[in-house]
Design a protein around this ligand. Structure first.
Ligand code: DAH
Length: 348
């Protein structure tokens, strides 16, 4: 066989192999075998130098022609196989947008957190700082700095979990008053803060009390703050949480850290003030404690009560939630029964 015939045979075999393969990997093997350094075309080209000089150009160009034809055939086939692979992938991954969507459960803040968020948002808008305090607190801040010395009888009402003689689970968010009074720089402006958080008390088997519940402390200290500022602030909050038809009244009360102290009542949600069983026929329901900050509290924290003064209040968001939604057992909030909690879904 002449070299030319050899080349023609290589071409025919090659084209047939290329057209028969349906696999990209095999196609690549064919390419390496045919056109690689050890392949038949390369060795045929090497054989040209053994031919008579006058035949060399013609056979040489024939060999090049065959190499080009084979590599074009390989490229074309490669394109065809790649297209086919892509089409197959697209067909397999087709999404049917008309199928019903998977149902995903969407969570929401707990109903008490919803109330806290609402109160926090309101006070943030009125320029208050929002502060978090420690739940494990020193007796010093929880009681003494709040004008409740060691032997004070009012400590009994807040009996709690002691971790040592001086460290306890805080019984109220009020210690945040002392902590912020100690650090606030009055030259930079008035002190306005609220501090939401969890507090702890010895549990009593009573549907309106829990060993762990929430409070939101409020404190405003500046020059010339009066009780009307307190009343206006609490009325604004009442309108925000309960609605514009609700009014408040202040009744004299006692807290060691305020003087004067008040108990704040809101219009009864059940009878709107007419008098019913829920409000014991008074038309009012007690919702929080407040008052003008006691000079001792200011003094102990290093603030001069002759110059500065203001008001404080303590909100119970658990109690707000009970009143707002007519829930009679506070413990329902903590049982995590999704059927109960879903009643307060914002999405209805
Ligand atoms: N800390 C009080 C309590 O737990 C609530 C309270 C009453 C807070 C009056 C205050 C206040 O800031 O002025 O019973």
């Amino acid at each position: 066989m002449t070299l030319r015939e050899d080349l023609t045979a290589i071409k025919d075999q090659g084209l047939s192999d290329i057209s028969l393969t349906n696999d990209l990997k095999k196609l690549n093997e064919i390419r390496v075998n045919l056109l690689g350094k050890k392949g038949p075309i390369t060795s045929a080209l090497r054989g040209i130098r053994d031919l008579p000089v006058e035949q060399r150009p013609e056979v040489g160009s024939y060999a090049n022609e065959i190499r080009d034809a084979l590599s074009t055939a390989i490229e074309n086939k490669k394109q065809v196989l790649e297209d086919a692979a892509l089409n197959e992938q697209l067909a397999n991954e087709k999404i049917d947008v008309t199928l019903p969507a998977d149902h995903t459960l969407q969570g929401q803040p707990h109903v008490i957190q919803q109330i806290i968020d609402q109160v926090v948002d309101l006070f943030l808008g009125m320029g208050y700082q929002i502060l978090n305090g420690p739940e494990i607190e020193e007796d010093h801040y929880n009681f003494e700095m709040m004008n409740l010395p060691k032997d004070h009888p009012a400590r009994d009402m807040q009996d709690t979990f002691y971790l040592s003689d001086d460290i306890l689970m805080r019984t109220q968010t009020s210690p945040m008053q002392a902590r912020t009074l100690e650090t606030h720089n009055f030259e930079e402006g008035p002190l306005k803060m609220i501090s939401p958080g969890v507090v702890y008390r010895r549990d009593t088997d009573d549907p309106t009390h829990s060993h762990q519940f929430h409070q939101i402390e409020g404190l405003v200290i500046d020059k010339n703050i009066t009780m009307t500022d307190l009343k206006g602030t609490l009325l604004t909050m009442t309108h925000e949480i309960f609605g514009d038809k609700f009014d408040i009244r202040l009744r004299p009360s006692y807290f060691p850290f305020t003087e004067p102290s008040v108990e704040v009542d809101v219009t009864c949600f059940n009878c709107m003030g007419k008098g019913c069983d829920v409000c014991k026929h008074t038309g009012w329901i007690e919702v929080l404690g407040a008052g003008m900050v006691h000079p001792n509290v200011l003094n102990m924290a290093g603030v001069d009560p002759e110059v500065y003064g203001g008001f404080a209040f303590g909100i119970g968001p658990d109690r707000f939630a009970m009143l707002k939604y007519g829930v009679s057992d506070i413990r329902d909030f903590y049982l995590d029964d999704i059927r109960f909690l879903n009643q307060f879904s914002k999405r209805g």
